[in-house]
Write a protein that binds this ligand. Structure first.
Ligand code: DGL
Length: 277
C-alpha cells in the first residue's frame, strides 16, 4: 500500500528547515509542505499558551493540505503544543524534543549533557524530562540562548556576531564539564560553523533533525503511510508574513532551484501565489 499525501512541517521561521532538510534526505520520495509562521516569529519569548494557540491553528491549516503526518519542527512549539495537538488531531504528530534527547544520551560519555534553547523551551523543562526519561543517570544543564534565534533568522549565523553570542552562552557549559551539547532549538544547527570556531572539539554537538526524521520514517512504516516512490518529492514552502531573509537561507540549505514561498493565512485558510524574498 502507498500513500502519496504530503507530510506537513512547521516552525516560526527558518529553523524547521534544518528538520525539513533531513526529512528530504531520509525520505526523498515524500512530498513536504513547510509553514514558517513569520507573522509570530519569534516563538521563544512568548507564553506557552500563546505558542500553543498558534501551533494548533497551523497544524489545522496543514491538515487542510491533506497531510498524512505533521512534524512540529520547533522545540518551543513541541514543548507548548505536542500533547494538546495529539488530543485534537487524528494524523500522527511528531515533535523534536524526545528525538533530540535520545540523540544526546546516545552520544554522551560522561553523562553531563547541556542544552541551549529558547526561553519558552527552557522554562518548560521538557528537555530535562525527556533526557531523564531516556537515561535517568544523566545530569542536565539547561540554558536559554534567545539572541541566537534572531541572529540565525537575520542570516548572520556564520559571523563574528554569532561567535560572540555563542561564547557568552557556552562559557558556563564548558566550565560545568559537559561533553555533549544539545541544540534545543531548530534554528541552532545553522550555527554549526560558528560553534566549531568557539568550542573546537571540546563538545559533541547534537540536534534533533536526524533522529526526528528517523522517527518519522518509523511512524510512516508502522502506519503504512509511506509514499512508496523514490522520485524526489515536491518541497512546498509557505510563510504567514512577507519573507525577508527566508528564501536566501532556504536556498543555502536546499539549492537555488527551491521554489519561492507563498504567503498563507492559517487564520482565514487563504494561500496566495509565490512571492520572492
Ligand atoms: N526554531 C524554534 C525552536 O526550535 C523557535 C525559535 C523562536 O521562534 O524563538 O524553538
Amino acid at each position: 500500500m502507498s500513500d502519496a499525501r504530503p507530510i506537513g512541517v512547521f516552525d516560526s521561521g527558518v529553523g524547521g528547515l534544518t528538520v525539513l532538510r533531513e526529512l528530504h534526505r531520509q525520505l526523498p520520495g515524500e512530498e513536504l509542505v513547510y509553514i514558517a509562521d513569520l507573522l509570530h516569529f519569534p516563538y521563544g519569548p512568548r507564553s506557552l499558551a500563546e505558542v500553543r494557540a498558534y501551533a494548533l491553528r497551523i497544524i489545522s491549516h496543514l491538515v487542510g493540505f491533506d497531510t498524512k503526518l505533521v512534524v512540529i519542527g520547533c522545540n518551543t512549539a513541541t514543548a507548548a503544543a505536542l500533547n494538546a495537538a495529539r488530543e485534537v488531531f487524528d494524523v500522527p504528530i511528531v515533535g523534536v524534543i524526545a528525538p533530540g534527547a535520545q540523540a544526546a544520551v546516545e552520544t554522551t560519555s560522561n553523562s553531563r549533557v547541556a542544552v541551549i534553547s529558547t526561553l519558552g523551551t527552557h522554562e518548560s523543562q521538557e528537555y530535562v524530562h525527556a533526557l531523564r526519561e531516556a537515561n535517568p543517570g544523566v545530569a542536565v544543564l539547561s540554558k536559554p540562548a534567545p539572541d541566537l534565534v534572531r541572529i540565525v533568522e537575520d542570516g548572520m549565523a556564520d559571523t563574528p556576531r554569532a561567535d560572540a553570542s555563542l561564547q557568552a552562552v557556552l562559557e558556563e557549559i564548558l566550565e560545568w564539564g559537559a561533553d555533549t551539547l544539545v541544540l534545543g532549538c531548530t534554528h541552532y544547527p545553522l550555527l554549526k560553523p560558528a560553534l566549531r570556531r568557539v568550542v573546537g572539539d571540546k563538545l559533541s554537538i547534537v540536534d534533533s533533525a536526524q533522529t526526528t526524521a528517523a522517527k518519522v520514517l518509523r511512524v510512516l512504516k508502522v502506519n503504512r503511510l509511506e509514499s512508496g516512490t523514490v522520485v524526489a518529492g515536491r518541497l512546498r514552502l509557505l510563510v504567514t508574513a512577507q519573507p525577508q531573509q527566508f528564501l536566501s537561507v532556504a536556498r543555502r540549505l536546499f539549492g537555488d532551484d527551491l521554489e519561492a514561498p507563498s504567503i498563507t493565512d492559517p487564520w482565514s485558510d487563504v494561500t496566495t501565489a509565490p512571492v520572492a524574498s
